[in-house]
Design a binder for this molecule. Structure first.
Ligand SMILES: [Zn+2]
Length: 346
């Protein structure tokens, strides 16, 4: 899922995203709640209509941004009190409020509020965050179902989030408690936040072993191109990551041969496309030399072209993974990709 933080995937028009074949994007509840506000978006017909995007939207709960962006946050059993990073105003985000905001936005998939903790976390902190996350998930589910009973069934799906930091038994317990609440899909949160990739995989595997196979499983906030196949082979269906869009704005392009840091002087007269193996519109038309020039000159087109290529590249990885699964050679695809990324750019 490309990340569309403030109801836009930075550097993209909606029609360009559609042309690339993006079926679902992620939008951030925290940002949209603070600006322009979920009530305004509701009055304007919901997020799909507001941003003119008819395909699927997943919204997060806002929790992760509250924990990472805002000042003076204070977590209690009630919820998390925080100050806006925009104007310093004070807000209280509760499990009910996070569900209410996402119902107003009208996203297709909504996430429950969970407690995000700093990592690496001591076991006692991980366990108490897990218990609070379960209690919050119960409240969020109840609020959602009460609204559904009152206002008719919303088309939205609400997902629970497995926590438990880097402790396998806590991850297992978290998954079991969420399954008991019964969600139409489950996310695995609190990973890829600085721990080694092997640990991310181990904890993801522990969670997916517990979570029902017939329901969607979503690993939040991953990953690097060469890691994606690992997560899929552990049973993950969905992922989101700012990497392709954010790196593009910083002149970092992902290619089939590894990362290309396009501002590097070695590309000044390079007549090749960014990725000779890529079929995107940018690689068909422009040279590395031209992209490097645009970045060096600070032209906004640079970010637009780079973002287009990177998102195409990521969506193409998923297409290749689906194909590899069909032909039964996902492991081969995965090791080939990792070898190319270890070797570095051509
Ligand atoms: Zn390309």
């Amino acid at each position: 899922m490309p990340v569309g933080t403030a109801a836009t995937v930075k550097g993209f028009t909606q029609s360009a995203l559609e042309d690339l074949g993006a079926e679902i994007i992620l939008a951030n509840t925290y940002h949209l709640y603070l600006r322009p506000g979920h009530d305004l978006i509701r009055r304007l017909g919901g997020l799909h209509q507001f941003m003119s995007w008819t395909r699927a939207i997943l919204t997060d709960s806002g929790g992760f941004q509250v924990f990472s962006l805002s000042d003076l946050r204070k977590v209690t059993d009630e919820g998390v009190r925080f100050r806006s990073h925009l104007d310093g105003s004070e807000h209280l985000l509760t499990p009910e409020k996070a569900a209410e905001i996402q119902l107003a936005l009208g996203s297709d998939i909504a996430m429950v509020l969970d407690e995000c903790i700093e990592t690496p976390a001591p076991r006692v902190a991980a366990e108490s965050a897990l218990l609070r996350t379960t209690a919050w998930a119960k409240r969020a589910r109840k609020y959602f179902l009460d609204c559904a009973a009152k206002n008719g069934d919303p088309t939205q799906w609400q997902f629970g989030i497995v926590q438990g930091a880097t402790f396998a038994d806590l991850r297992r317990r978290s998954a079991q408690q969420l399954i008991e609440i019964d969600f139409p899909g489950y996310a695995v949160g609190g990973l890829a936040v600085g721990e080694p990739h092997e640990m991310t995989c181990e904890m993801t595997g522990v969670a997916t072993e517990e979570l029902p196979k017939e329901k969607l499983r979503y690993l939040m906030g991953v990953g690097r191109p060469e890691q994606i196949a690992d997560y899929v082979s552990l049973g993950i269906d969905m992922m989101d990551c700012v990497l392709p869009t954010r790196a593009a704005r910083h002149a970092c392009m992902y290619t089939s041969e590894g990362r290309v840091l396009i501002k590097n002087a070695r590309y000044a007269e390079d007549q090749r496309p960014i990725d000779p193996a890529c079929s995107c519109a940018i690689c068909k038309r422009y040279t590395r030399a031209y992209l490097r020039h645009l970045f060096t000159a600070g032209e906004i087109t640079a970010a637009i072209l780079a973002t287009h290529h990177n998102v195409h590249f990521y969506l193409d990885i998923m297409r290749q993974i689906r194909e590899a699964i069909e032909f039964g050679n996902l492991a081969k695809f995965s090791s080939a990709m990792r070898a190319r990324y270890a070797a570095g750019p051509a």
